[in-house]
Design a protein around this ligand. Structure first.
Ligand SMILES: [Cu+2]
Length: 123
């Protein structure tokens, strides 16, 4: 009996984990504009909102950061895998362009890594 309960718990946890991964990675794709660029807006206030962005591989990506705070922590955003970073002046939009040219999950962070987000690049 205890074994059956243990198996049921494990199966339940595995299903929950799979659902969580699915929701994290299968969010709506960033929309593509008439100019062929994908675009997404990220508000920076205590964290990146949203902190996951899902885009297609091979289409240029325009990210608009709206840093709605003055704390020094979020002054700079870095995409280490793409070799790009930007200083984000407070209270106005900053554009960051990059080409998602390979599949994968790519972290982006503030300078010291307290704010973290993930760029999901899919075919
Ligand atoms: Cu920081």
């Amino acid at each position: 009996m205890e074994v059956i309960v243990a198996v049921a718990v494990i199966v339940g946890l595995a299903a929950a984990a799979a659902g969580w991964v699915f929701l994290r990675t299968r969010r709506r794709l960033a929309p593509v504009g008439a100019d062929g660029w994908q675009e997404a807006t990220i508000v920076v206030r205590g964290r990146y909102q949203p902190d996951t962005i899902t885009v297609r591989r091979g289409l240029p990506l325009r990210l608009i950061f709206l840093r709605d705070e003055d704390v020094a922590c979020s002054r700079r955003v870095i995409f280490p895998d793409f070799g790009v970073s930007r200083t984000l002046p407070a209270h106005r939009p900053t554009q960051l362009d990059l080409m998602p040219d390979r599949d994968g999950d790519f972290l982006f962070t503030c300078e010291l890594g307290m704010y973290q987000g993930t760029l999901f690049v899919r075919r």
